[in-house]
Ligand binder design. Structure first.
Ligand SMILES: *Cc1c(COP(=O)(O)O)cnc(C)c1O
Length: 365
C-alpha cells in the first residue's frame, strides 16, 4: 500500500498522515497547476483558478457532511486554539454564562480562554477519573439559559470520544471536532458551531474549518476586532484577506479522496475496523496492555494504552521506532502510548502495529 519512499507506519497525533494519493496528486501538479504555468501557492487568491479550488472544497464539505443550507463554512487561520478565544469573544454576552464539558486538556484550554470575555463554568467533567470516560450532562433545566454549551467530540490526548451527542434544545451546541471531523457521519443540524484544525483528519496544518449556523452569527457580540469577528469571514466567503491557499487546496483533495473511497460511511467502517484491531490486541493481552479509556467511551481515532512498567513502555517505544513506527508515544502531558488512527492511516498500518504489539508481548512477558 505504501510506496517505498513513503513507508513510515505513521501514527502521529497531528500533523498526521495524509492519504498517499493526495500527496501524489499534489506532487504531480505542484509546479504547473492545471496548465497555469504556476504552482497553487503562486496563484492569486482572487483568481478564478483559486476560487474554484476554494469553492470546490466548501462544496465537498457540504456534500459529505450533508450540511443544511442555513449553515456557513469558513476557512480560518490560527488553529483550533484561536477558536477557544474567538468563540466566547463572539458568542458569550455579558448577561449569560457558557457551559463547558471537560473531557480533557483541550476542553480545559477552551474553558480557560473564556476568562477575558465573560462567565463560563464546568457543566460536566470526568477530570477526577483522569478523563477516562465521557460524562453525562446535568438536567436541561440547569443550563437552559446558557449562551452555549461547548464540548470536545474526541479527546486526542486521553483517547475518549462521544458516541452520541447530547440534546441541548434551544441552547447552541458548539463542538471542537479537531481530531474526529469527517471520521464518521454526524447530524450537523444538532450543532450550531463546529470547528476543527485540519491537521488531524483533513490535511495539513494552517487552516481551521468552521461550520456555523447562520442564526448564531445574527446574535453575535458587537465591538470585536474585524479579523476576530466571524461575520467578517462569513460575509466574504473566507476571502476577506488572504486565506491559506495551499492548505485549502490539500484539504479539498483530502475530501475528494474521501469521496473516492466511498464516502463517510465507508471511511467510518474502516475506522472501526482499524481501531478494533488494536483494541482487540489490548483486550486479549491478559493485562499486558492496559487501555486508558473506559470501553464505552473509547475513541476510534486515538487509542491510548499503558504497559506494565515505565521501563517496558520505553522499550516498546524504542523497538517500535526501530521497526518503522512513528508517533506512538503518548502526549507529553500524560506519557504512555498512543496510536492515532485517523482517516488516512491505512488498515495495513494498523495490522502492522497489531503484529508488533503481539510479538513485543511474547518477547517480554
Ligand atoms: C490538536 C487539537 C487542538 C489544537 O489545535 P491547533 O490547531 O494546534 O490549535 C484543539 N482541540 C483538539 C481536540 C485537538 O485535537
Amino acid at each position: 500500500m505504501n510506496s517505498p519512499s513513503h513507508h513510515a507506519y505513521n501514527f502521529n497525533a497531528g500533523p498526521a498522515a495524509i492519504p498517499l494519493p493526495v500527496l501524489e496528486k499534489a506532487q504531480n501538479e505542484f509546479i504547473n497547476f492545471q496548465e497555469s504555468g504556476m504552482s497553487v501557492m503562486e496563484l492569486s487568491h482572487r483568481s478564478d483558478l483559486y476560487e474554484t479550488i476554494h469553492n470546490n472544497a466548501i462544496q465537498r464539505l457540504k456534500t459529505l457532511y450533508n450540511i443544511p443550507d442555513n449553515y456557513t463554512i469558513l476557512f480560518l487561520q490560527g488553529g483550533a486554539s484561536t477558536q477557544f478565544a474567538t468563540i466566547p469573544m463572539n458568542f458569550l454576552p455579558a448577561d449569560k454564562k457558557a457551559g463547558y464539558v471537560l473531557t480533557g486538556s483541550w476542553a480545559e484550554k477552551a474553558l480557560k480562554e473564556t476568562a477575558p470575555f465573560g462567565e463560563a463554568y464546568e457543566l460536566a467533567s470526568s477530570k477526577e477519573d483522569t478523563y477516562s470516560y465521557i460524562p453525562e450532562l446535568p438536567a436541561f433545566e440547569q443550563f437552559q439559559n446558557d449562551a452555549y454549551v461547548h464540548l470536545t467530540s474526541n479527546n486526542t490526548i486521553f483517547g475518549t470520544q462521544w458516541q452520541t451527542f447530547p440534546e441541548t434544545k434551544n441552547v447552541p451546541l458548539i463542538a471542537d471536532m479537531s481530531s474526529d471531523i469527517m471520521s464518521r457521519t454526524i447530524d450537523v443540524s444538532n450543532f450550531d458551531f463546529i470547528y476543527a484544525g485540519a491537521q488531524k483528519n483533513l490535511g495539513p496544518s494552517g487552516v481551521t474549518t468552521v461550520i456555523v449556523k447562520n442564526d448564531l452569527l445574527e446574535n453575535n457580540n458587537t465591538n470585536i476586532p474585524t479579523m476576530f469577528d466571524y461575520r467578517t469571514h462569513a460575509d466574504k466567503n473566507s476571502l476577506f484577506n488572504t486565506p491559506p491557499t495551499f492548505s485549502i487546496y490539500i484539504l479539498g483533495e483530502v475530501l475528494n479522496w474521501i469521496e473516492d473511497e466511498g464516502g463517510l460511511d465507508a471511511i467510518a467502517a474502516r475506522n472501526e475496523q482499524k481501531a478494533q484491531l488494536i483494541y482487540d490486541t489490548i483486550d486479549h493481552s491478559k493485562g499486558f496492555y492496559k487501555g486508558h479509556a473506559a470501553s464505552e467511551s473509547r475513541s476510534l481515532m486515538n487509542i491510548t494504552f499503558n504497559l506494565p512498567s515505565k521501563a517496558l513502555e520505553q522499550a516498546f517505544l524504542t523497538e517500535a521506532k526501530d521497526n518503522g513506527f512513528v508517533g506512538l508515544n503518548g502526549h507529553r502531558s500524560i506519557g504512555g502510548c498512543r496510536a492515532s488512527c485517523y482517516n488516512a492511516v491505512p488498515v495495513d498500518t494498523c495490522i502492522a502495529l497489531r503484529d508488533f504489539m503481539k510479538s513485543f508481548q511474547d518477547k517480554h512477558s
